[in-house]
Write a protein that binds this ligand. Structure first.
Ligand SMILES: Nc1nc2c(c(=O)[nH]1)N[C@H]1C(S)=C(S)[C@@H](COP(=O)(O)OP(=O)(O)OC[C@H]3O[C@@H](n4cnc5c(=O)[nH]c(N)nc54)[C@H](O)[C@@H]3O)O[C@H]1N2
Ligand SMILES: Nc1nc2c(c(=O)[nH]1)N[C@H]1C(S)=C(S)[C@@H](COP(=O)(O)OP(=O)(O)OC[C@H]3O[C@@H](n4cnc5c(=O)[nH]c(N)nc54)[C@H](O)[C@@H]3O)O[C@H]1N2
Ligand code: SF4
Ligand SMILES: [Mo]
Length: 703
């Protein structure tokens, strides 16, 4: 047995771990590293059970090719790559480069040697059809920044907060919330509360995080825009805004004041299913009792109705209360691997990126973070015409399970001429693929943190390196993901770029070569990181500088599209016909569709249950363990009920990431897929085509 230090790359937690490998290099155990300066010994159960994925008998260890009878057979890698490249080349010649698309999922993000390669391959081929899980996640945060403007120094950080307002986020379980200190979150939250930070949670469920809250608004899902408008109404009416900050930096404050005038505490309370006194108490605790600390959110508001408006209003509350770093203050993580940029105490006016550049042929959408919205992926494949997508390359994602409207996305994936997946397991998507290219798993590859989001991963100017600490199973023919992109690009005669650097296409880069290229903006090289096993801190503080008095830039608090959305929230009460509203949630022991087949996880979470308040179950005439059908306007799923008093009445809470192909009738084996309940042909948000994945009406039937 040999021990080594590494870090987990399953979620943003990036927990420092100690792993044990046997003499063959096979991963035997993983535990939290007590001496890790960032995560202080924390590691979650599923993180520690990554031994089971690495050694799984289900793992795909050789390239596979679909046969005419639908089964998969092992194929030589060079043959697979030759055939894929030839088919891409033919499609490109016949239908143009936009017939080639890519989708990057979670497994394609947490690998710093290939995170940008799918995008580069598409760009070099001349295709605009780049998709990812970001636009079925929290891209409303980018839309909000694009519409309201950007404060370069960032919001008040966690360690300065006197108050933290969390909407639809459960960081103690998901370890991924923007603005929360995710490095051992329980410890960090306890310490923050000891120094006096108040926690306010807005969530239909009394989550693990809400249990620590000073105030918990147990709202109906889908009402965050109304709740935020109500909070703005109270703050402005009471005069609790930061008047000096508003005078200097807020634009359209009077227009905002009139626009939220209708959103009285009583009206909002009745809409969101809370009391007006509770709403008032939250406004007071945030805006009057505290002067530092921000409002932030995760998937709850961003998956519900009006996600872009909800995010806009969350940031508006931060703006009117002045909850940003000020001149002279230190930026917690100004960039270690990412480039630093100027941080004046001044607004960058709303850039509205999506209004320039490429526009989608489907719907009225531009690019979000240089990608098309995944809510339109099925239509891009199914709608005939110029630019119709005929080939999809999937990097570490499971769109057949993760994309809302499962029947539609399956119809689309089946209609493709070519589906290639870089994927370690026989996921629902892999089952439909023409070729499966199996990657190494995290502990088998050298890596850096998910540094493209480094300010979210760590609140300190810190980074680290891990070598490959384990060896793939013997006889496996698996490569770090970049190898597949490079080999395809070479065959297609294009030059891949990594972080703007052109790659040498005559000799395949090593993982370390790519990591070194990715570190182009760092003050040190990879060797320096290698010499510091538990990572390095950069002692080069960056402070917020003075504003340029010649520039009178301001936040746009009420652009026309935001005003129209606000009016429409007021005018359109959601239907109550169905009796309940659906709420998204995640499970501690699974990661989206991953982990659930690992033996020790399967024992804990064999399938996804329907969490319902016991009083509601009683009213339906059923009990814990009974089989229920959850029906939306769009579809239905069956699942077993779990009586859960932490869910508010009138709400049905079910995790996504379960289920196989629909109609398989194997719920006890796989669970069921909540994306069967969701439509991508109606209710898409403007700008990012975000499907309505939470807060929609549902009905319960006893099966
Ligand atoms: N209804 C509903 N749908 C949702 C959500 C929801 O809340 N409700 N959540 C949405 C969100 S937030 C997200 S982020 C998306 C997730 O969407 P996806 O990222 O598309 O889905 P995952 O299930 O995370 O798939 C990750 C895949 O990566 C593979 N993988 C694991 N490790 C590696 C690796 O090292 N290399 C490679 N190449 N692959 C690897 C896994 O086996 C798995 O198949 O789903 C979205 N869909
Ligand atoms: N264990 C685990 N960790 C994960 C993941 C996982 O699958 N498992 N997935 C990872 C990914 S891809 C992501 S994006 C993050 C997501 O991280 P989170 O967003 O923190 O994920 P959830 O636990 O689903 O929390 C969403 C919360 O919103 C509440 N909610 C639902 N609808 C609404 C609404 O309309 N309004 C409000 N205010 N609240 C609502 C739900 O009750 C739930 O508590 O987690 C990451 N970390
Ligand atoms: S919290 Fe996230 S990073 Fe930490 S061990 Fe669990 S999955 Fe890995
Ligand atoms: Mo996500």
């Amino acid at each position: 047995m040999k021990q080594a230090l590494s870090f987990c790359r399953m979620c943003m937690g990036h927990c420092g771990v100690v792993v044990e490998v046997d003499d063959q290099g096979s991963l035997q155990s993983i535990r939290g590293d007590q001496d890790d300066p960032q995560t202080l010994g924390f590691a979650c159960y599923k993180g520690m059970k990554a031994t089971e994925s690495h050694n799984s008998p289900e793992r795909i260890l050789h390239p596979l090719k679909r046969q005419p009878d639908g089964t998969f057979a092992r194929v030589e890698l060079s043959q697979a790559l030759d055939e894929i490249a030839e088919r891409i080349s033919t499609l490109r010649d016949s239908y143009g480069p936009d017939s080639i698309a890519g989708y990057k999922g979670g497994g394609g993000f947490f690998t710093s040697s290939s995170v940008k390669l799918l995008a580069s391959l598409l760009k070099e081929l001349g295709s605009h059809k780049s998709f990812s899980s970001v636009t079925i996640d929290q891209s409303s945060k980018a839309v909000s920044a694009g519409r309201i403007g950007i404060w370069p120094a960032g919001r008040d950080p966690f360690d300065k907060a006197e108050v933290l307002l969390l909407l639809g986020a459960n960081p103690l379980v998901t370890i991924s919330t923007t603005g929360f200190d995710n490095r051992n979150p329980v410890k960090r939250l306890k310490a923050a509360r000891e120094r006096g930070m108040k926690l306010i949670v807005v969530d239909p469920r009394e989550t693990e995080t809400a249990k620590f809250a000073d105030l918990h608004l147990q709202v109906l899902p889908g009402e965050d825009a109304a709740v935020m408008a109500g909070l703005l109404h109270i703050v402005l009416k009471e005069g609790w805004e930061d008047k000096e900050f508003c005078a200097d930096h807020a634009g359209q404050l009077d227009e905002l004041r009139s626009a939220v005038a209708n959103f009285t505490p009583d009206w909002v309370a009745s809409r969101a299913g809370i009391s007006s006194a509770e709403l008032y108490a939250v406004a007071r605790a945030f805006a009057y009792d505290a002067s530092r600390g921000c409002a932030t959110s995760a998937t709850g508001p961003d998956m519900s109705a009006y996600p872009n408006l909800a995010e806009h209003l969350i940031e508006t509350l931060n703006v009117i209360c002045g909850r940003f770093l000020r001149e002279g203050e230190e930026v917690p993580n100004p960039g270690v691997l990412k480039p630093r940029w100027p941080r004046p105490a001044q607004v960058i006016p709303a850039p509205r990126w999506w209004e320039q550049g490429y526009q989608s042929r489907v719907g009225d959408y531009g690019l979000i973070e240089e990608e098309l919205p995944t809510g339109t992926l099925a239509e891009e494949i199914l709608q005939p015409g110029d630019g119709q997508v005929r080939c999809l390359i999937v990097h570490g994602g499971n769109p057949a399970a993760a994309v809302p409207d499962q029947r539609r996305i399956l119809e689309a994936l089946r209609a493709l001429d070519l589906l290639v997946v870089i994927e370690p397991f026989m996921s629902v998507t892999a089952q439909l693929a023409d070729y499966i290219l199996p990657p190494t798993l995290p502990y088998e590859r050298a890596d850096l943190p998910l540094f493209i989001y480094e300010e979210l991963v760590t609140f300190a100017p810190y980074t680290r390196y891990t070598p490959a600490v384990a060896t793939p199973p013997s006889g496996a023919e698996v490569y770090d993901d970049h190898h597949y992109f490079w080999e395809l690009a070479r065959r297609l005669d294009v030059t891949l770029h990594y972080f703007e650097t052109p790659l040498d296409m005559s000799e395949a880069p090593t993982t370390e070569d790519l990591l070194q290229i990715a570190m182009v903006h760092a003050d040190f090289d990879l060797e320096h990181l290698k010499a510091h096993e538990r990572g390095v801190y950069v002692d080069k503080p960056q402070r917020v500088t003075a504003a340029d008095p010649a520039l009178q830039t301001r936040f746009s608090l009420l652009p026309a599209d935001v005003a129209a959305e606000l009016q429409s929230v007021y005018a359109q009460a959601p239907s109550r016909d169905f009796g309940y509203r659906f709420a998204v949630r995640r499970m501690r022991d699974t990661l989206n569709s991953a982990c659930r087949d690992l033996p020790s996880i399967k024992q804990r979470v064999p399938y996804n249950r329907v969490f319902v308040n016991p009083l509601d179950l009683q009213a339906e005439g059923c009990a814990d363990g009974d089989r229920l059908r959850v029906c939306s306007e769009h579809g239905s799923i069956e699942a077993i009920a779990a009586a859960d008093p932490s869910v508010r009445q009138g709400v049905v809470s079910v995790s996504h990431g379960f289920g196989g192909l629909p109609d398989a009738d194997d719920y006890l084996e796989q669970g069921s897929n909540t994306n069967l309940l969701i439509s991508t042909s109606s209710d898409l948000a403007s700008i990012n085509a975000m499907p309505r994945m939470s807060g929609f009406p549902v009905r319960l039937e006893v099966v």
